[in-house]
Design a protein around this ligand. Structure first.
Ligand SMILES: [Zn+2]
Length: 442
């Protein structure tokens, strides 16, 4: 019983942390590629063999062209997980309702209502557009938030050729500028922005209610099993002849022996509960601080920029005397910046070249059966494709750092320990903006 539980927890762990900086180069990162990319490719090839190339259109529908970043594996995994858990519920938990006194007979009806809430928020999350910035609504979006001149300043999107409104970001997966961009959600296979972030939050809550309800029911069922044995009316007599109450461990051991499936199901629900709660806490912390996920990343970068700058300053002051005697030449700041841009541009050219080279190589390669080789190859492909789609991000980051360097006096006046959001308007007002975003014509 424990083995499938460990495998399941492992899969969740890989999907959640497979792409983080700590794990992506290790075995977890490799397994992530197998789970999200290689299996997908294998299934696709198999289906094409069976049904012919027409099936490819189905994969295109799921965004096959950008499969590395926007693949449906995690979404499918979520739906599968929900289906398996519901099936397990009906097979193993439902039969005990009749004998459980503390439960009323409508448990399955409640379950369906919670499931309905989950599926409705899921569908809204998947199919609602995040709020694209177009040339028709650009003016309106520009008026919504003023540029703070720190995280957001007047600049043109390299792809959309529009002035990017404050709090927006060019989404590299949907290839459009998204108003009040938050993050890309792999579970919903959609970018969360001004218009659909609310559905993401509701989706989290729907999952929380569903899991809590399941957990409550399982606890009640198990409680009844223990009550039926009357084990708590019994006393233990230890070797010294003292009477002892029946302990928690004894009860759990009894349940492990007699109700392994329901107990395992309960453990699984506890771990899901923890995961959902962590997500909710993280996002409510952001809402409390009036920040988007995207802005919190930028604030993090700003903090490290200030820290590095101050560190360099102190080092410069320390080594200042030596430098003077040696007569070391310092580059003027502007020149330095220009060099940075040149470097970035040549870097992007290299990435493009490498990708073209890689593609031609790919076409000539004979498929190997060695899974390890495949993972390495796939990892390289993903890296290249990501680098290409990341170009916009990199250019954006360079622009941001350049902007900070140009306005260094203003930046240094900020207190990194204190700043929350530059768009702070209070929790309730922010909540209102998230759940009832102001309408944009067209
Ligand atoms: Zn754009």
């Amino acid at each position: 019983m424990l083995a499938p539980l460990i495998i399941f927890a492992g899969i969740i762990f890989i999907l959640l942390f497979g792409q983080t900086a700590t794990f992506k180069d290790g075995i977890v990162g490799q397994l992530y590629i197998v789970l999200t990319s290689l299996i997908f490719l294998r299934i696709k090839n198999l289906l094409i063999k069976i049904f012919g190339s027409r099936i490819e259109k189905v994969f295109d529908f799921f965004g096959n062209k950008i499969r590395y970043n926007r693949n449906p594996m995690i979404l499918i995994f979520y739906l599968l997980m929900v289906s398996v858990l519901v099936k397990f519920w009906f097979d193993n938990v439902t039969p005990d309702f009749a004998t459980t006194k503390s439960l009323d007979p409508y448990q399955n009806l409640y379950l369906c209502l919670y499931l309905f809430f989950v599926m409705i928020t899921f569908l809204f999350g998947v199919f609602t557009k995040p709020g694209f910035v177009t040339d028709k609504n650009n003016e309106q979006y520009l008026k919504r938030y003023t540029f703070d001149e720190i995280l957001f300043f007047k600049e043109q999107c390299e792809t959309c050729k529009l002035i990017k409104p404050a709090r927006s970001k060019h989404c590299r997966l949907l290839n459009r500028c998204v108003a009040r961009y938050d993050h890309y959600c792999a579970w919903l296979m959609n970018t969360m922005g001004e218009q659909n972030y609310r559905y993401f939050i509701l989706f989290l809550f729907a999952n929380l209610f569903l899991v809590s309800f399941g957990l409550y029911t399982v606890v009640r069922v198990l409680e009844q099993k223990v009550i039926n044995t009357k084990m708590f009316e019994l006393k233990f007599r230890d070797s010294k002849g003292n009477d002892m109450d029946i302990g928690f461990t004894f009860m759990m051991n009894y349940l492990k022996r007699t109700q392994p499936y329901t107990l395992g199901f309960g453990y699984l629900l506890i771990s899901l509960f923890v995961i959902v709660i962590l997500f909710i806490i993280y996002h409510f912390r952001l809402i409390w601080k009036n920040t988007t996920t995207n802005e919190s990343v930028k604030i993090h970068e700003l903090k490290s920029f200030i820290r590095n700058y101050q560190l360099q300053e102190t080092q410069r002051k320390k080594g200042g005397h030596e430098e003077d005697t040696k007569g070391a030449e310092k580059l003027p700041k502007e020149e330095k910046n220009n060099k940075g841009i040149e470097k970035n541009e040549s870097k992007s050219k290299n990435v493009r070249k490498r990708n073209i080279k890689n593609r031609t190589n790919k076409e000539n390669q004979i498929p190997k059966n060695n899974i390890k080789d495949e993972v390495v190859k796939e990892k390289e492909n993903i890296k290249n494709e990501k680098a290409e789609s990341n170009l916009n991000n990199e250019i954006e980051k360079t622009k941001l750092i350049q902007h900070w360097e140009e306005n260094i006096e203003k930046i240094l006046q900020l207190n990194p320990k204190k700043f929350k959001s530059f768009y702070y308007q209070g929790f309730w007002s922010n909540l209102k903006d998230i759940f009832f975003p102001k309408k944009i014509k067209i």
